[in-house]
Design a protein around this ligand. Sequence first.
Ligand code: 5AD
Ligand code: SF4
Length: 442
Amino acid sequence: MPSLYIQTYGCQMNVYDSQRLADAMEHSHQMTQVSSPEDADLLVVNTCSIREKAQEKTFSEVGRWRRLKQKKPSTIIAVVGCVASQEGEAIIRRAPYVDIVLGPQTLHQLPRLYDQVKSTQKPCVDVSFPEIEKFDALPDRASDGPCALISVMEGCSKYCSYCIVPYTRGEEISRPFDDILVEASQLVDQGIKEITLLGQNVNDYRGLTPEGHEADLALLIHYLAAFDGLERIRFTTSHPTAFSDTLIDCYAEEPKLAAHLHLPVQSGSNKILSLMKRDYTVELFQEKIEKLKSKRPDISISSDFIVGFPGETEQDFQDTLSLVKSIYFDRSFSFIYSPRPGTPAANLFDPETLDSKKDKLKRLQDLLNHQSQTISRQMVGSIQQVLITQINENRPEEVIGRTENNRIINAIGDTSHIGQLHPMRIKTARPHSLEAEFCLDA
Ligand code: 5AD
Ligand code: SF4
C-alpha cells in the first residue's frame, strides 16, 4: 500500500483541508496516512502564510524532505495551501525537487496530479481559484473521534489592511446549505458529537437553500441543533462586524451552542482599528459582547491581538490592555505584526523597534495568561459538561476531554467514557489543563 505523510501548519481550515486530502488519497489510491515522513511515498506540506515565520517553515520542511527524496527518488513532494497560492511557480524555482504546488481551492486535484507527475516526471502547479466547488470533488467524510470540523465557507472579502488571506484563499464563497447538512448528518450517523463550523469569516456565511433563498449562520446552527445525537456546536473564526443579532440570539435559543466565542478584536484603539481597516469601533465591540453576555452570562470569550502595528503608540497599546481587562478575555492568541507582501499595511511607515514590539507582546501575554489562569482557578469545584475525546496515551488509566470553554480535562476513566458528554467536577487547575472527576450525583 502506498503511504502519505501530511505536515499541517496554520489555522483549523488547514487542519480540515488536510483531513479531506487524506480522505481523497485514501479513496483514490488506497493510501494510508503515516506519522513519519521517512516511510511515505507522498509528502504533503499544507502551508500558512499569515506571518513571515509561518511561511518560512514551508521551506525548511521541504528542505528536510529533499534528503528523503535523494534516498528514494520515487517520493513525490507536494506543497499546498496558502504559501503555495502566494508563491506559485516560484516554489519550484526555489526548491526544484518539489513536484506539486496546489492552492487551497485546488486541493482536490492532488489524486490526479499525483498520477500525472508519476507518469510524466514533470512538476505541476495549479493555484487558481476555480468556480467549481472543491467539495463536490472530494469523497464522503470518514470520522475520527467524536469531534469534527466542517468548512462552510472559503476565503475572505474583508481585506483587513495587514492580512494576506483574501489574496491566498480568494474572496468569500459559501457552500450550499444542504451540502453542509448532508456532510453533518453523515458525521452524526458515524457517532460525531461535536461539530465546529469553519470559515475565515464564518459569521458572514450566506449559503443558498435548494429553494434559492440565502441562509445565514444562525439558520445553519438552528438546523444542526435539531440533529439527534449531535451534542455540541462551535464556529470559528468570526468578525465582529458580522456578529449579528440573530447569531447572538442563537446563544439564548440553542443550548447545544457551546458557551465559548472566539471573536478577534486585534486592538483596543480606535485609531489602530481604523488603520487596520477593521470596520468597527471598540465601543461597538463592547456593545456586542454586553448583548451576548445578557443572553449567556457564563460565556467565555477569547480573541486575537496584533501588537506593534505601524503607528501603534504606548497609549494605543494601553487601550488594548484596558479592553482585555474590561472584557476579561479568556485563553487568547497574540502576535507581533508581520508585514505581508502585497497588503496595504506593508507600505506604512513603521519606526518601532522589534525589541519594543516584543516587550508589548510579553506584557499582553502576561495579562492574558493571568486572566485565563484566574478563570481556570474559578472553575475548581464547579461541575462542567465535558466531552471525552480519547485515552491519554501517556497514562492509559486516564481520559482526555474538553469543557465548553475549550479547556483540556484529564480524569481517571476508560474507553467506555469516550464520545460522551459527562458532568464532571473540576478538582485542580494546571497551567494548560484541568484535573477532573466524573460526578454521578450531578
Ligand atoms: N501579522 C500578525 N498577525 C496577523 N494576523 C493576521 N495577519 C497578521 C499579520 N500580518 C493574526 C490576526 C488574525 C490571526 C489569525 O492572525 O490576529 O486574527
Ligand atoms: Fe484576514 Fe481580516 Fe479576513 Fe480575518 S477578516 S481573514 S484578518 S482579512
